[in-house]
Design a protein around this ligand. Structure first.
Ligand SMILES: Nc1ncnc2c1ncn2[C@@H]1O[C@H](COP(=O)(O)OP(=O)(O)OP(=O)(O)O)[C@@H](O)[C@H]1O
Ligand SMILES: [Mg+2]
Length: 372
């Protein structure tokens, strides 16, 4: 291994994208010019719908996909024109490919061997990684003799064994069952604490995003909708897109109209106090709606009536679906709260839990509601 590679391997690195864009032709702009800075040692989770450009973004950082414009700086060096192997990144692919003729041990040890590491150290490193990934019993097998989940873990092992300064993961846990996924999530968090590599992790799984990320980057058609901590993304979504993307079920979004003193739902019921006029979108999370059997409310709450459509009991809590002002709202109630099967529900909407968005752009309007 050369001195430059040694140096980039040694420490976590800042990754700075300036005006980075990807276009296949004039009509197919997958990533419009993007500016973003991923701090050294930070764990970034990239979330977004299928086809929004997550893999493309990762592959441009890794050097597997050329940028159409802009610069990528990793650890102070411009890398957008460098070969992948000179960028100091290790990547676990969405469709990982293992060397089929090599054993699990050799697959994991390959990069160490190429770098000229002594055999004893290789054995020690591979052993530690295999132990962490639950692969000790499979080191002698070929990839063809493994399950999908085991192969995925070998791919992760191959990337992390070099302890790189930058780790790029493209849905690395998608083939695992729920239990293994949970265990791997805990292991990855622990690994990150230990080696502290700057990590970019693509997933569809909100729980992974919320639990692993220092910051979540939400992509919509190649553009950054919001890049912030899990808490901020959850409690202060910057747009309707983000609000509807996070949470299970996601935030309810209701069209409302302001008359200068109150916001009314489509059926005329008052949902909030606000000195606003015109059309808006009002958001409230399912767990923030309080269900009452009588129309009483505390200060700062507005009560609206709605018609119960159906309920799902999930053990720990129930999800109610009710019709309100021409929309269906979802309400999460703790299990055991008595909801009579009468179809009329009284919904208390605490003002401090309401989110307001522009009707046309969908962008959040912070501070517009008095209690916010
Ligand atoms: N060679 C290509 N020519 C034109 N368009 C392409 C090409 N390769 C990818 N795309 C488009 O680029 C967009 C982004 O693809 P990408 O693989 O980055 O999405 P993704 O967010 O990773 O999606 P998924 O969650 O399904 O993996 C897609 O709309 C895809 O169709
Ligand atoms: Mg992808």
């Amino acid at each position: 291994m050369n001195a430059i590679d040694m140096a980039i391997r040694a420490a976590a690195a800042n990754i700075t994208l300036s005006g980075v864009t990807k276009a296949y032709d004039a009509e197919t702009v997958v990533i419009p010019p993007m500016d973003v800075e991923l701090r050294a040692g930070e764990f970034t989770v990239v979330l977004g719908p299928s086809g929004c450009g997550k893999s493309t973004l990762l592959q441009m950082i890794a050097g597997l996909e050329r940028v159409s414009g802009g610069t990528i700086v990793i650890g102070g060096r411009q890398v957008q024109d460098l070969e992948p192997k000179h960028r100091g990144c290790a990547m676990v692919f969405q469709n990982y490919a293992l060397y089929p003729h090599m054993s699990v041990f050799d697959n994991i040890a390959y990069s160490l061997k190429v770098s000229g590491m002594a055999k004893a150290e290789r054995i020690e490193r591979v052993g530690a990684v295999a132990k962490m990934l639950g692969l000790l019993d499979f080191l002698g097998r070929k990839p063809g003799q493994l399950s999908g989940g085991q192969r995925q873990r070998v791919a992760i092992g191959r990337a992390i064994v070099r302890e790189p300064g930058v780790l790029l993961f493209d849905e690395p846990l998608s083939n695992l069952d729920a239990q293994l996924r949970h265990d791997m999530r805990v292991e990855l968090a622990d690994l990150h604490r230990r080696i502290g590599a700057t990590t970019v992790f693509v997933t569809h799984d909100q729980v992974e995003a919320m639990t692993l990320a220092d910051r979540i980057l939400i992509l919509n058609k190649g553009r950054i909708e919001q890049f912030d901590t899990p808490k901020a993304i959850y409690h202060h979504p910057a747009s309707v897109f983000v609000a509807k993307f996070i949470g299970a079920p996601p935030m309810n979004i209701l069209p409302v109209t302001g008359d200068g003193s109150v916001l009314r739902l489509a059926d005329g019921q008052v949902a909030a106090q606000a000195r606003l006029t015109g059309a808006y979108q009002l958001g409230i999370r399912p767990e923030d709606i309080l269900v009452g059997s009588k129309p009483d409310s505390k200060a700062g709450e507005h009560v609206v009536t709605s018609a119960l459509r159906f309920r799902e009991d999930l053990g720990s809590h129930s999800i109610l679906a009710a019709e309100l002002g021409g929309s269906v709202v979802r309400i999460a109630t703790p299990f055991g709260v008595e909801i009579s099967d009468r179809s009329q529900l009284f919904l208390n909407l605490p003002a401090s839990r309401l989110h307001l968005f522009d009707a046309a752009s969908g962008r959040a309007i912070p501070g517009a509601l008095s209690a916010n």
